[in-house]
Design a protein around this ligand. Structure first.
Ligand code: GUN
Length: 283
């Protein structure tokens, strides 16, 4: 039976540190501020944004929410980003993805000034992550690394397999594992014999976006299994990319969904916003 890696407990520990440091910062007259932009009515995005706002309140941050209609134009969105770039009360800017299809995500990301890019999506921040000298850690991958650290799971020399090559998770995840001396393989939809590659993994990270994608035959006995997926089933229930019931008996450690990686993403976002506030005040 696998040990459950509890994202709620670990994220609470990270957030407690952020809240304590924020209290000190506020004594110096600095309140970290996060602006969150959401465009349109995507139900999952609405939930994520609400959770981010709630976390800001818990941290004692100022949070600024911009819920824009689905018909918002590219110009209007970029105008808002530019205004937030200039606003000294806003230290972090996050535009919830995905955007409605008529909007260009890349130009929005490129318009956020790198110092306020708490998602670490801007090419300048992505480049810094690649080099290993970063200001902001990418939220979800950093959350996963925090979970491994908390459980004393050493990455050094391990076979790490990441399923998924997105800019948000797969690619930066691979990079953070590499920085910790993992031997990293990135799998994707064109990978030949995916199950065989996954079975090599000491640490398997699933970031595919497909419910129950990882089955028991893809997992080595004793592997650490990290499930980044958040999928909603037809019955309304949340489920990960890993078939938990099948895989759990084979794994040594496993993250649940919900209550696994999800809360860690938000905890890293809080950490990044605090870092941004400090840096912008030369601390
Ligand atoms: N959509 C899914 N995950 C994320 C994230 O971490 N940041 C943003 N901005 N959008 C997302």
């Amino acid at each position: 039976m696998a040990k459950l890696i509890d994202g709620k407990v670990i994220s609470a520990a990270v957030k407690a540190e952020v809240a304590a440091e924020t209290e000190e910062l506020k004594k110096q007259g600095i309140t970290p501020g996060l602006a969150v932009i959401i465009v349109g009515e995507d139900p999952a995005s609405k939930v994520y944004v609400a959770n981010k706002e709630k976390a800001c309140q818990q941290m004692g941050f100022a949070s600024f929410k911009y819920a824009l209609p689905a018909e918002t134009t590219q110009e209007e969105l970029l105008e808002l980003v530019k205004k937030l770039n200039e606003d000294p009360a806003v230290h972090g800017i996050l535009c919830q993805l995905p955007l409605p299809r008529h909007l260009d995500e890349e130009s929005v990301i490129n318009t956020i000034v790198p110092e306020k890019d708490v998602d670490a999506f801007h090419p300048q921040n992505v480049g810094k992550i690649m080099i290993g000298n970063y200001d902001f850690l990418p939220c979800t991958p950093a959350g996963v690394m925090e979970m491994l650290k908390y459980e004393n799971i050493d990455v050094n020399g391990k076979e790490c397999v990441v399923i998924g090559r997105s800019n948000i998770v797969g690619k930066p995840m691979a990079m953070l594992l590499l920085h910790k001396n993992g031997t990293v393989t990135i799998c994707h939809s064109r990978t030949k014999d995916l199950a065989e590659v996954c079975r090599r993994a000491d640490i398997l990270v699933a970031a595919v976006g497909r419910a129950n994608f990882v089955t028991a035959d893809m997992v080595k006995e004793g592997a650490v299994v990290i499930d980044v997926g958040i999928n909603r089933l037809e019955n309304g229930k949340l489920c990960g990319d890993v078939n938990f019931a099948e895989v759990e008996p084979k794994a040594s450690y496993i993250t649940p969904v919900p209550g696994g990686v999800g809360p860690m993403t938000i905890a890293t976002l809080m950490k990044n916003t605090l870092t941004a506030a400090k840096k912008q005040n030369n601390l």
